[in-house]
Design a protein around this ligand. Sequence first.
Ligand code: HEC
Ligand code: HEC
Ligand code: HEC
Ligand code: HEC
Ligand code: HEC
Ligand code: HEC
Ligand code: HEC
Ligand code: HEC
Length: 451
Amino acid sequence: MKPKIISWTFGVLFCAAFTMSAVPGVAAKQKNMISKQGQKCIECHEAQSPAFVKEWRISPHAARGVDCFSCHRAQKTDPDAIDHYGFTVSILVTPKDCSRCHAGQVKEMTASHHAKAGDILNSLDNYLGEVVGGPEAAAVGCIQCHGSKVKVLPGGQLDITTWPNTGIGRINPDGSFGSCTACHARHAFSKAQAREPDACGKCHLGPDHPQTEVYQESKHGILYTANKARLNMHKDKWVVGKDYSAAPTCTTCHMGATTNQRATHDVGTRISWTLRPPVSIKLENADKRREDMKDVCSSCHAAPFVEGFYRQFDNLVGLYNDKFAKPATAIRKELIERGKLTPADFDEKLDWIYYELWHHEGRRARHGASMSGPDYAWWHGIYEVAKHFYTAYLPEVKAAAGPELYAELTKRYLEPDIRHQWYLKGMSKEELEKIRKYTEERYGKGGGTTK
Ligand code: HEC
Ligand code: HEC
Ligand code: HEC
Ligand code: HEC
Ligand code: HEC
Ligand code: HEC
Ligand code: HEC
Ligand code: HEC
């Protein structure tokens, strides 16, 4: 008899499990698993804001009994607790709240630069945003990407100058940093959606960090668009080379799992340079970081190909750093030290030219080279850097310095680099003749545009 009972019980359990996961059974299962409080939230919110509830129902949370109350519940002593129809809840659901069930992801995210993105208050850009522009613009600009310091009003309501906000490094009233909804839109909290390049595209685009545009231009972006249907974004595990092979997305390279590495929420672990400051520098443990990125590439490329890519990338960063960024930075510093420029930023034309040189044009060149976007490396990148260095920056330096000091500065900072000879001394007769001949051969006599 005994074995029979066991198999009967097992059979019932098995059937129950089966019906629960089959579509018609889902609602019944959810009803059984959700808390009494959660049930109340759902009943009322189904009428008040049905879309939240609908999105939640399709999430793995609903299927596992993680309901409205599990996430929004608060202690009376929490700074942002509100009384809400007899319940104590908070509007914010911070990484600290998620960490009750996802400690690993929260730890990685907290260790990353993403969690520090709200810490821009003392930066040069923030001076630009808050003072040169204005705080109203910073509120709907900078801090929507970087994250606000969310302020709580008496009674637990959130100050509307700092909320709504899902910036990546949001400073939360409970002391935690970041916002998980920055990538996982509520209330589906899907990982498939976060794997899409567009999830990063809210912030990683535009004139100063066009990673989305660079990606779209790259072969990788082209192949993503062409092969979306077979990238298996909905797979539970998403290992490159195993679960998909047609193209990498941002997630693949910066967060995704390979056959050797697990997925990570620390997006910075695989980058070896920082391409953001005026002069790029290698990060600590750069070699190890680069090895981890190369491991991703190696799922789809041969080692010598990847080596070649990195050589070209490093060369471009070196060109930008040494030919343009270092002399421009040193010259400006000296002008300030000699009292030819004010120490304040953005009050003189030269400050703006310098800022755009590194913060916009120079970054674009570096970002283009780092992710195979030739138009950004050259036309939006080094072309603009060179144009403005020679035709805007140096003339402005001359105007500020006067002819004598200008001659001294160019002698010290430009002459030693042979790559500036063409500008300082003009193009040689031979070079001009070579170009003339090429043009004539290609377009016929008088057909070219070169003099
Ligand atoms: C009797 C109806 C009712 C119940 C029960 C209810 N809510 Fe609400 N809730 C509302 C309404 C209506 C709003 C819209 C804002 C308002 O008027 O307070 C709202 C707003 C909210 C907000 C946003 C508040 C803001 O200021 O932006 C959250 C978060 C929330 N509810 C969560 C919950 C949770 C969690 C539960 C269950 C513990 C719950 N609600 C139970 C009706 C209800
Ligand atoms: C997995 C956790 C989680 C669950 C489950 C959850 N929420 Fe939320 N909810 C969030 C997060 C995160 C936010 C965004 C707040 C933030 O940025 O910190 C949010 C925001 C909200 C808001 C205010 C935002 C707006 O757009 O007005 C309401 C209202 C809300 N939730 C209601 C609900 C209701 C109702 C349920 C149940 C059907 C529910 N939530 C279930 C995490 C959750
Ligand atoms: C009470 C526990 C609990 C809380 C709180 C919670 N989750 Fe979950 N979450 C789960 C469970 C259980 C699953 C399903 C099993 C799994 O994938 O780990 C899940 C799955 C997920 C997934 C995977 C979704 C997919 O497509 O497979 C994401 C993303 C996620 N949660 C994000 C969050 C975020 C963000 C928060 C905070 C706003 C949060 N969770 C809060 C328990 C929780
Ligand atoms: C569209 C979203 C967005 C807006 C708006 C925005 N930023 Fe950023 N910011 C970013 C991203 C993304 C990065 C990282 C770029 C990279 O890694 O190449 C960044 C980088 C920075 C950095 C460099 C951080 C470091 O560690 O080197 C500072 C400082 C900064 N931003 C401040 C500001 C300020 C201040 C404003 C407004 C005046 C602003 N940002 C507007 C998205 C944005
Ligand atoms: C920068 C975007 C981004 C942010 C911010 C982010 N996630 Fe994720 N998350 C992802 C991506 C992408 C995946 C899928 C990774 C993969 O390919 O498996 C993911 C997967 C997950 C999973 C599923 C893990 C698994 O192994 O199945 C959970 C749980 C999760 N995230 C929780 C969180 C929590 C909690 C936070 C806030 C601390 C958070 N995420 C913030 C992008 C993000
Ligand atoms: C094929 C792999 C690959 C893909 C796809 C990819 N990246 Fe990158 N990314 C890189 C490499 C390689 C670097 C430079 C690494 C280094 O410094 O060694 C980089 C650098 C970066 C940086 C650092 C920039 C800085 O200022 O220091 C950011 C931010 C970034 N990528 C974001 C993105 C975003 C957003 C996407 C999608 C739109 C994306 N990446 C797609 C490989 C990739
Ligand atoms: C809500 C805005 C936002 C979203 C969404 C976002 N990022 Fe970022 N990201 C930033 C900001 C801001 C920084 C600069 C942080 C700093 O250094 O202060 C940054 C920095 C980075 C860096 C450099 C990290 C380092 O250690 O230097 C990488 C790589 C990156 N993001 C990749 C991604 C990827 C991949 C995604 C999508 C899966 C993504 N980000 C989504 C805003 C965002
Ligand atoms: C999921 C597979 C996959 C991953 C991962 C991947 N690539 Fe690619 N990559 C491709 C494919 C496919 C092509 C297109 C080859 C062709 O032209 O037929 C490509 C093209 C390229 C090209 C040529 C660009 C051009 O315009 O011709 C470079 C350079 C490159 N990848 C570098 C990298 C680097 C560096 C990494 C790691 C940081 C990487 N790839 C990661 C699949 C991948």
